[in-house]
Design a protein around this ligand. Sequence first.
Ligand code: CP
Ligand code: NVA
Length: 309
Amino acid sequence: MTRHFLRDDDLTPAEQREVLTLALAMRHDRFMHRPFEGPQAVAVIFDKHSTRTRVSFSAGIAELGGYPLVIDAASSQMGRGESISDTAKVLERMVSAVVWRTFGHDRIEEMAAHSSVPVVNALTDSFHPCQILADFAAIADERGGVGALSGLDFAYIGDGANNMAQSYLLGGATAGMHVRIGTPEGYLPDAEVIARATEIAAQTGGSITITHEHDEAVHAADVIATDTWVSMGDEGEKTAREQAFLAFQVNDTSLQLAAPGAQVIHCLPAYRGKEISASAIDGDQSIVWLEAEYRLHAQKALLTWLVEQ
Ligand code: CP
Ligand code: NVA
């Protein structure tokens, strides 16, 4: 059966470990797998802006022996209203996988429901699971391997309702982490996501905590993550959000409260002086550039794994 990767819990804990282990190996041997040799095409479709996702999938698919067919959705017939299901039925006859960045998560679910080739979520309003694979691979690489992830105290500070927070909940629970979300009132993750993450954590030995206190979230954390306060689509709320999140900046105070040597991550793009101070993102404890590099290795590992199922 075709496997898709739409949310972080589409991989079991064992499968997530397999993909992450492959990601670390592929960093050291970039051409060890060539599943798209031919070259076979992979469609990479964008409804929203992107730098890292566009470049890492394009370079990664080429390194896997394939042809990255990058499509700006607005200039395709989808932009004029062709249905998702009709698009899926055309794409599956010509490409070996479909990678899509879009708005509502229901849109990518519909694409997957009509596709006989793997569909990969390159970010929706609800989840950004490829980013979480990259983040965890980078953390693991710095800590001596994928086995180091289970049991880590992982704090995410910022918009608890956005795609990154929700993906950290599901992905972190899958990895057996203790995930703590520090977010203001009114910015809670979906109840379904919290419930699912709690259920997974009960099986993996992890845990889920949601708090409205920055200090409680970062206390003794091994990893501190944050993300923009204004996600794509939220631009109309910029002023209100910048007020609401003022006490939720990752900065020197966060690092003083965290475990010694805690790692700082940010999916990027970052807004220094808003969600993160320059001292935190540009300081010694930041691994954001390795994290960005791992988009390439983690997605290559994921695509290799998906097409081999
Ligand atoms: N982190 C991330 O997904 O970056 P882009 O929006 O540049 O792709
Ligand atoms: N939460 C951000 C992530 C960007 C990579 C957004 O959706 O805009």
